[in-house]
Design a protein around this ligand. Structure first.
Ligand SMILES: NC(=O)c1ccc[n+]([C@@H]2O[C@H](COP(=O)([O-])OP(=O)(O)OC[C@H]3O[C@@H](n4cnc5c(N)ncnc54)[C@H](O)[C@@H]3O)[C@@H](O)[C@H]2O)c1
Ligand SMILES: [Zn+2]
Ligand SMILES: [Zn+2]
Length: 376
């Protein structure tokens, strides 16, 4: 079938993207789903900072590529062997493709499945297949999803079926920001009721970490961002304390206010300054959970003897350490009960044609989650 999609031909074009046309809206061919794959109509796709990083070129991608990794859609066709999804079903997409059988998948860590990772690097679907073409030449798949398009062919395991009463615009945000932010708190940090948590970086990911921290009964929630507006929102939404990241003594202020630092600190800004700040905000025996994704070369230095003697921890968190089939239904239950109010994060809707202006706004830091509706 023919469809419209936003293609990334070249990384690192200058801002404003609305002028440099970082993403070009073009017609492409999408071939039918193969065995174990499904065709979905993309109902809604969120603009995530990781997509912005792809435009900026801070992590190289195989080009040309159709990106877009946070979304929800409606199944339109299923490939051979797919017995548990049918046309008309609603799904949330999963950006970390997984095989289901390797040692990581069977150990409950499909988010770090090497086969999924290799497919992502190669620009293919999980099985190594390609379904996107233009003039007979392949276009790379982004995260095995390519949601900045009207339709997508994806691996069966890259979709989780949801109930039809969930609005698809809200459902889309669960595909990345909710799993990543809430998962970082619940799964990666394993926050216990009463523990004191910090969150550095209050974008779509960080705000979901805040919602989860409130919901999990954190004793104290210290939010830090470079934007005073984001801090004001965080206070409305349950932060007990807020600090401005741009204050040179921000970490000292946090330590003074919290008797030496926090039990858990989630970093969701994606810059090394924020990682350093998160580490400095952590108290004795505390754990830094890093969800932000800077370029592939950045390093973090720490005093190693201090890490040992204070039993601090630093850990990564990819897709919130989620098992999508397990965690999406759990997170949707919290949403239904008003505990994950993702509708508050929506900063407007966009047609495909306005996607570049949307990324300009995300880069300006003035929005939370903008929702693309590729089919109007
Ligand atoms: N680990 C994962 O699985 C995963 C998934 C999604 C996104 N990400 C990454 O998470 C990060 C956040 O994504 P997002 O979509 O929420 O981004 P966003 O642009 O919506 O939010 C980033 C926030 O960080 C703040 N910030 C910038 N510099 C800061 C600093 N020095 N200290 C404190 N705050 C600072 C900004 O003001 C903004 O509020 C990005 O790096 C993204 O690539 C990771
Ligand atoms: Zn994302
Ligand atoms: Zn696997």
């Amino acid at each position: 079938m023919r469809m419209k999609a936003a293609i990334l031909h070249e990384q690192g074009r200058p801002r404003p993207y609305a002028q440099s046309i970082a993403l070009s809206i073009e017609e492409v061919d999408l071939v039918p789903p193969g065995p174990g794959e499904v065709l979905i109509e993309v109902a809604a796709a969120g603009l995530c900072h990781s997509d912005l990083s792809a435009l900026e070129g801070i992590r190289p991608r195989p080009l040309p590529v159709i990106i877009g990794h946070e979304g929800a859609g409606i199944v339109r066709e299923v490939g051979e062997g797919v017995a548990d999804l049918k046309p008309g079903d609603h799904v949330i997409t999963v950006f970390a493709a997984s095989c289901g059988t390797c040692r990581y998948c069977v150990a409950g860590r499909p988010n770090i499945c090497p086969a999924g990772n290799a497919a992502r690097a190669a620009g293919t679907l999980r099985a190594g297949t390609r379904r996107l073409f233009q003039d007979g030449k392949p276009i790379n798949h982004g995260s095995g999803l390519s949601l900045f398009a009207q339709f997508a062919v994806i691996d069966r395991r890259s979709a989780v079926k949801i109930d039809q009463d969930i609005p698809l615009d809200d459902a889309a945000i669960f595909g990345c920001a909710v799993m990543t932010g809430a998962g970082a708190v619940i799964n990666s940090a394993g926050l216990k009721a009463g523990e004191e948590i910090g969150i550095v970086g209050l974008g779509g990911v960080g705000m979901n970490a805040l919602f989860a921290a409130v919901s999990a009964g954190a004793g104290r929630i210290v939010c830090v961002d470079a934007s005073p507006e984001k801090l004001a929102l965080a206070r409305q939404w349950g932060a007990t304390d807020t600090f401005l990241a741009t204050d040179p003594d921000c970490a000292d202020q946090v330590r003074a206010a919290t008797s030496g630092g926090l039990d858990k600190v989630v970093e969701a800004a994606g810059v090394m300054k924020a990682v350093e700040l998160a580490y400095a905000m952590t108290g004795l025996g505390g754990c830094v959970v890093c969800a932000g994704l800077p370029d592939g070369k950045s390093r973090h230095a720490y005093l190693h003897a201090d890490l040992v003697s204070s039993e601090r921890e630093i850990r990564g968190s990819y897709m919130g350490s989620c098992v999508a089939e397990r965690d999406i239904p759990r997170l949707l239950n919290l949403y239904r009960r008003g505990k994950l109010p993702v509708d508050r994060l929506k900063s407007g809707y966009l047609p495909l044609e306005d996607i570049n202006a949307g990324f300009d706004r995300l880069a300006d830091g003035t929005v939370l989650r903008q929702i693309l509706r590729p089919n109007g």
